[in-house]
Design a protein around this ligand. Structure first.
Ligand SMILES: *Cc1c(COP(=O)(O)O)cnc(C)c1O
Length: 406
């Protein structure tokens, strides 16, 4: 029984919507992208959304919008996918890594000692779909002793007058924190719609604007729309309207727009996201948790309590007492049965590029402790109970076999 890790759900409905776009005469950014943006805004409840070509593009566009540059610092967790850090490097700024807590997310307690007058942005990451502790993070950057040290160097920084919280919610569309959805939990939230994410457009992303009232979020949307399209004052779709050929370039912008082909997949996916996709994912989490909870070696990720509910993106199981070696043997044993599992994530200090910048894993002991015995189990729409049970039987047998040898 071959079990892949996270194949996309591509059915007739998606195919028909994509074909509709292909036949419509408009395939790049146009009516479907604009409709998808509106539906994302309605679903999450923030102020405005801009769709982008990827989550990474969305994160980078926001750092550029906030004027992050050489000499600035951006705080990120040591435990995340490289995209979170790479976009900081692209801007010429310095990524500063914080250790994580026992939920895999950035530890708010670590932040205050890393903040200094160079700090412009914090990028918390909702690992595996669990929202970070946004109350603490939002409160921290508004603390008087921290806010007074913020050095505003441009118009947007002056308007915010504190550190920007840019949430990397690549995993957490639809997750809730204190009854509110991701998108509304902080200043800016960025989703990813990459092929392995909960909601996919093959490649894509969305920026959710939820800036405080010193900003006109609609105006920021317009500004970003131009910035994401080479600084051109009219997009290609508006230019097709009769007599509308003239345009200006007001800055050296980027090419980060979403296509209508991608948006058509997103429209179908979002339509059935909450009442179909999330329910299925929750069922899978629940089945894993129920069948593993009696094994005392299983450290089961928390996915719902009175404060938050996950988006059920990846099931981050940990095996008590396993070191990296045992975990790697376990992965190998699963692969021998054609069951795909994964590790989310290899901490950034273990990546040669970030090691070359001087980051050392010894400085992030909890990131290492969470990584060394983590194994991500597959969660996707078409995964059925029979496959889950087959996977679990093999997982339990393999873990017990390895533990006997220890
Ligand atoms: C997938 C991912 C991203 C980047 O998303 P893309 O759409 O692939 O650019 C960013 N951060 C995290 C944590 C991710 O897992």
């Amino acid at each position: 029984m071959r079990i892949p890790f996270s194949p996309p759900r591509m059915d007739e409905k998606i195919i028909n919507e994509v074909v509709d776009t292909l036949k419509s005469g408009w395939i790049t950014t146009g009516p479907k992208t604009k409709l998808f943006e509106k539906k994302i805004t309605d679903f999450c409840g923030h102020k405005a959304s801009l769709c982008t070509s990827s989550g990474s593009a969305g994160l980078e566009l926001m750092l550029r919008w906030f004027g992050v540059k050489e000499g600035d610092e951006v705080i990120i967790p040591a435990y995340t996918y490289a995209a979170t850090a790479n976009v900081v490097v692209h801007c010429g700024a310095k990524p500063v890594m914080a250790d994580i807590d026992d939920s895999f997310n950035i530890n708010p307690q670590e932040l205050s000692k890393l903040i200094n007058p160079k700090t412009k942005v914090i990028i918390p990451v909702d690992i595996a779909g669990k929202p970070c502790n946004y109350d603490e993070i939002n409160k921290l950057v508004r603390k008087k002793e921290i806010q007074t040290h913020f050095v505003a160097e441009n118009k947007n920084q002056e308007k915010l007058n504190r550190i920007l919280i840019l949430s990397d919610a690549a995993h957490s569309l639809g997750a809730k924190y204190k009854q509110k959805r991701t998108g509304t939990l902080t200043d800016i939230t960025v989703f990813s719609f990459h092929a392995v994410k909960n909601l996919t457009t093959a490649e894509g992303g969305a920026i959710c604007l939820n800036l405080p009232d010193t900003f006109d979020n609609e105006e920021v949307y317009k500004e970003l729309n131009i910035k994401s399209l080479h600084g051109q004052t009219k997009d290609a779709f508006s230019k097709t309207k009769a007599g509308n050929w003239q345009y200006d370039i007001i800055e050296a912008g980027y090419k980060y727009n979403m296509t209508d082909i991608a948006a058509s997949m997103g429209l179908v996916e979002l339509d059935r996201y909450e009442n179909d996709m999330l329910i299925k994912r929750k069922h899978i989490f629940h089945r894993y948790a129920e069948k593993l909870k009696n094994h005392k070696w299983a450290i089961i990720p928390e996915y719902k309590n009175e404060i938050f509910e996950s988006s059920y993106h990846v099931f981050t199981l940990r095996i008590k007492d396993f070191e990296e070696e045992e975990r790697n043997i376990l992965i190998q044993k699963m692969q021998e049965k054609e069951i795909s599992v994964n590790v989310h994530f290899i901490p950034l200090p273990l990546m040669s590029f970030y090691a070359s910048l001087g980051f050392r894993i010894e400085d992030y002991p909890n990131a290492y402790a969470m990584f060394k015995n983590e194994i991500s189990l597959p969660v996707y729409y078409d995964l059925n109970d029979k496959q889950i049970d087959f996977l679990l039987t093999h997982l339990i047998d393999s873990v017990e076999e390895i533990l006997e040898k220890c």
